[in-house]
Write a protein that binds this ligand. Structure first.
Ligand code: C2E
Ligand code: CA
Ligand code: CA
Ligand code: CA
Length: 280
């Protein structure tokens, strides 16, 4: 299937070819990004309804590329999964989170965030020794496992296998488990039975329609019945308006996250937000 002239593979769509080339370049850059100090973490508060008090934070990674500027994690995390960089990246992220937790403790004492969510990729869960690595890091840094919520997606634990085993081990280690983006993948309610889940993050796509009396609203309401019955905490994601926040609270939601409350911010900004002086 070779192109006689250029020696290129002829069944390659040129657009695909460019994408693959971009992926390869960006992937190579990503391998160096940690060492070059281009990565950082921001933290988005998860709030309690209806008052907006802080219930926890979710760590989100940022990449400041020297030429392309900010690259979205929605782009580079899947890339890191494909080229395997996610293993090193995930380790770095968890290390940063434990260091930040210690800084918050020193600066804020009893006001420091108690619950910090960290996104864990499917590839990490499938990596042999992943949970042992987490356990070692938490022990070395003196971090209480109960403080770190592991946010996982449905695709990571579909079916039985290493993904589900790893989640069970994380849970046994003492980490609360949150099922992220619930409702977007090949969701199955049986997952809530098979997998130890303490938190369900209801995807933004459902929250978007919650005030319109749409099918999304019915699902948002039903999920409260299900999670309450199972003793699972529900977090509504991507809340952008006061009307949505009110409607979710009426539906029984206690926790929410979204631009209506807070955008992701630096660790220092979280410190300012929570410092007793700022709270007056
Ligand atoms: P996610 O885990 O579902 O994270 C929530 C995303 O929604 C974040 O985007 C956040 O900034 C955004 N968001 C929060 N509230 C609102 C809102 O009200 N409106 C809108 N439009 N968006 C909102 P971000 O930081 O760009 O991350 C995108 C995805 O990249 C994450 O989705 C997660 O899947 C992945 N990701 C980000 N950081 C990490 C990380 O440290 N590790 C791993 N494995 N994945 C990460
Ligand atoms: Ca998440
Ligand atoms: Ca999510
Ligand atoms: Ca998402």
């Amino acid at each position: 299937a070779k192109n006689a002239g250029g020696g290129r593979v002829a069944w390659f769509d040129p657009a695909m070819d460019r994408l693959a080339a971009r992926d390869a370049r960006l992937g190579a850059d990503l391998r160096q990004a940690v060492a070059r100090g281009e990565l950082s973490l921001v933290y988005q508060p998860i709030v309690e309804l209806p008052d907006g008090g802080l219930a926890g934070v979710e760590a989100l990674v940022r990449w400041q590329h020297p030429e392309h500027g900010q690259v979205s994690p929605a782009l580079f995390i899947p890339l890191a999964e494909r080229n395997g960089t996610i293993i090193e990246l995930g380790r770095w992220i968890l290390e940063q989170v434990t260091a930040q937790a210690a800084r918050w403790d020193r600066a804020l004492g009893a006001h420091a965030p108690r619950r910090i969510s960290v996104n864990i990729s499917p590839r990490e869960l499938h990596e042999p020794g992943f949970v042992a690595g987490v356990a070692a890091l938490l022990a070395r840094t003196g971090t209480d496992p109960a403080r770190i919520t592991a946010e996982i997606t449905e695709t990571a634990v579909l079916g039985t296998g290493p993904g589900l085993d790893a989640v069970r081990e994380l849970h046994e280690l003492g980490l609360p488990v949150a099922l992220d983006d619930f409702g977007t993948g090949q969701s199955s309610l049986s997952l809530l039975v098979d997998c130890p889940v303490q938190v369900l993050k209801v995807d933004k796509s459902f929250v978007d329609g919650v005030t319109a009396g749409t099918a999304q609203a019915v699902i948002v309401d039903s999920l409260i019945a299900i999670t309450t019955g199972l003793g699972i905490q529900a977090v509504a994601e991507g809340v952008e308006t006061e009307a949505q926040a009110r409607r979710l609270h009426q539906a029984g939601y206690r926790y929410a996250q979204g631009f209506h409350f807070f955008r992701p911010m630096t660790g220092d900004q979280v410190t300012s937000l929570l410092s007793p002086v700022a709270l007056g």
